[in-house]
Design a protein around this ligand. Sequence first.
Ligand code: ATP
Ligand code: MG
Length: 407
Amino acid sequence: MFYTHDVTTFENHPQWAAVASIHQTLLKSGYRSLVAGGAVRDLLLGRTPNDLDIATDAKPEQVEALFEKTVMVGRAFGVSRVICEGSDIEVATFRKDGPYLDGRKPESIEFSSEQEDAKRRDFTINAMFYDLEKKQVIDFVGGQTDLMRKTLRAVGDPDQRFAEDKLRILRAVRFHGQLGFTIEPKTAEAIRKHGVLIHQVSMERIRDEWLKLMQSEHAVSAIQRTYDLGLWSPLFQPWKLQPSEYKKHFSLKQSDPDMAWILWFLIHCQESKEKIAELGLHWKLPKTLIQKIIYCLQSLPQLRNIQKIEAVDMAIFLSKPNGRLAVEVFERLHQGRIKELFFEKLKSAESFFQSNRLPELLINGDDLIQYGVAPGPDIATHLKRLYRTQLREKITSKEALLQTLEL
Ligand code: ATP
Ligand code: MG
């Protein structure tokens, strides 16, 4: 079977100049050079690949000798990174994996043929090569058939493949989300069997895969699939599945990663800031993101009570670093249930802004002291009140503002 493909998908890729140059160097030195894995899958699907990887029969030390700049991050696994034409390209030697003991990575590898290299890959659709010279797909595992059938099938014996490396479990649901493909029954059965050991994968990898899943086109179905395959409780217990919320928030591709995490956390947990902090750290989220989630959580009661807030206070709220973010999160979480009053209040709050900023406070503490206010904690209270007066009455001079001060 021949799958039609358009090689300009590669040629238009930002890494293409580097890949073409590395490829030519490898060929001229008598080595084999093939584009491998996900990039071939994406070529056949007409999607833009995330990255272009090269597979070769050159050993890592031979790759190192051929190129000026290489980083030997994964040398023990036969992986080199070649820095070329401003890109960082993975050049991996055809290999066969040794035994897996920790549920994540092989203890050792052996250099081998391209056919063996296809067999160590996770899913058939990810296990193809592309010969740039012959413009041909090299498929030892039936990847093209599975692409046609929109099927995610583990390469070889699914039970063994998921026992080896639990990351493949998350990759399966993530690819289901990105491609909308069905997980083949035996592959699904093996996922069900090995899912309880998902924590053999580092939390950083789980986090990265989950983000890709949340941002995928078929995220709603992938979340449900995560549940059906028994992965929910190892990952998210004691949270409850919230299908109608996912439909609301994850039906359209969620491009902003922070927003995806904020919604994900707040859909399931509005318990306390301590709980969010604990979970955020467990999920290895950056501290700044955890703070954003907490800020949004803490703003929800205030935003729910917006009818009681003066427009000027709403403007001050919006001017805070995460104020607008909190409003957006509130709007999303309460979609369809927000009263007109909320938007009216927001609109009035916007009228205090000039070129997207609130005017600066016209005076400072020294001005107040000179005006006769005794130094001390009262200064801050006065400044706060004067700022609201300045904004509300659109005062533009220091003197006019000081005159409003009642001592
Ligand atoms: P993406 O579009 O996210 O880049 P990808 O399939 O290209 O998806 P990569 O992480 O770039 O994923 O990996 C490149 C290739 O390496 C995969 O297509 C697959 O052939 C192989 N691979 C990656 N991770 C694993 C794994 N855990 N087990 C087996 N093979 C893997
Ligand atoms: Mg890739």
